[in-house]
Design a protein around this ligand. Structure first.
Ligand code: FES
Length: 155
């Protein structure tokens, strides 16, 4: 499936039609729209609302409730840094500071995001790069990771 430039088009209608007969179609539709476009635009929200006979506010509420739905196009790589207590107590603050500094100083195509527990507390501090969880992180390693991801060498 080809990615779009973010404009909702007939594909949103087709995605809705594919799920419309199923029970609870909204979440599967949102997942498919995001998989197709990389995010869920205002136009897509309106089209989904129209297709499911819901208000725009209802669809918007679901999109914004779930953290993994994106309203804006995302960068190529995703770096999630755990900011929960177990990680913070063993150097997570330094990891976050280094990642934030790297995000500010590189023109990297990396989406930096704070998360609150990656389920990897035993190996804290933890980060997740493009879905791969990495433990025992430190400021130096996260800067290197960020730089590699920005140059496309991370995958
Ligand atoms: S608190 Fe960081 S992985 Fe659980």
């Amino acid at each position: 499936m080809e990615r779009s430039n973010g404009k909702a088009g007939p594909d949103v209608v087709a995605i809705c039609a594919r799920h419309q007969a199923s029970e609870g179609p909204l979440l599967p539709i949102l997942h498919d729209v995001q998989a197709h476009y990389g995010h869920i635009s205002d136009d897509a929200i309106q089209q989904i609302a129209d297709a499911l006979n819901l208000s725009r506010a209802e669809v918007f509420g679901v999109v914004t409730f779930y953290h993994d739905f994106h309203r804006e196009p995302q960068r190529t790589h995703s770096l999630k840094v755990c900011r929960a207590e177990a990680c913070q107590s063993v150097g997570g603050r330094d990891v976050w500071a280094a990642a934030s500094a790297a995000a500010d100083s590189h023109h990297a195509d990396v989406q930096l995001e704070a998360v609150y527990c990656l389920g990897n507390c035993a190996c804290a501090p933890s980060v997740q790069l493009d879905g791969r969880t990495i433990g025992r992180m430190n400021a130096q390693r996260v800067s290197a990771l960020f730089a590699r991801a920005g140059t496309g060498a991370a995958s």
